[in-house]
Ligand binder design. Structure first.
Ligand SMILES: [Fe+2]
Length: 191
């Protein structure tokens, strides 16, 4: 792991240990990420590898107690995710390229099956150097697409091991909810 990332992991650990509301934690994590997101040495070559068509999530760090995880998320040119949620808080910093994020507001409680009513609630374009809070447990439904001529690479920090959190995809037309689980893509250790 690159040194600036190692320091960042330590800072996130302290923030998460100190606790607070999700709004407070995400604001503190974002403030720590902002000064390093422009560092060209933040990610290793392995962490920048695209592992498969569509979306790659290269594992950078999973905290042993499962309290947070950090990955490098890479969307190919032209790729768009389904509308989905995360089941936890998240902070994203754009390292290369640009992404378009469309947010949705979910009416009512998070139900793990059946239907949910979601309505569009905003859109933003995030470019290299931007750091933002992608989600809190209550407001975490969005759809993301690559908005640049190169793959968009982001540093993603989540309030748990993302691969262990049950997540939901939403059909924006019918409201149908389908559960899914994220897998980490493991960076190649050596060529
Ligand atoms: Fe997402």
């Amino acid at each position: 792991m690159a040194q600036p990332m190692e320091r960042f992991v330590g800072e996130v650990r302290e923030i998460v240990k100190a606790g607070g509301t999700e709004e407070e934690i995400t604001a503190r994590v974002a403030a720590c990420m902002k000064p390093i997101i422009g560092d060209p040495d933040l990610l290793t070559a392995d962490q920048l590898l695209v592992k498969k068509a569509g979306f790659t999530l290269n594992r950078i760090h999973i905290e042993p107690d499962g309290s947070f995880s950090i990955g490098a998320g890479i969307w190919d040119v032209g790729q768009r995710t389904p509308v989905h949620d995360h089941g936890t808080w998240g902070v994203i910093g754009i390292y290369r390229g640009a992404e378009k994020e469309e947010s949705f507001r979910r009416q009512g409680a998070r139900v793990m099956e059946g239907r949910a009513e979601i309505t569009p609630s905003g859109m933003r374009i995030a470019s290299a150097g931007d750091v933002f809070v992608c989600c809190t447990t209550d407001q975490d439904v969005h759809r993301v697409s690559c908005h640049s001529a190169e793959p968009v690479v982001g540093i993603h920090v989540y309030g748990g091991d993302l691969a262990k959190i049950p997540r939901l995809k939403y059909d924006p037309d019918t409201g149908e909810v389908v559960s899914f689980q994220t897998g980490w893509d493991y960076a190649r250790v050596s060529v």
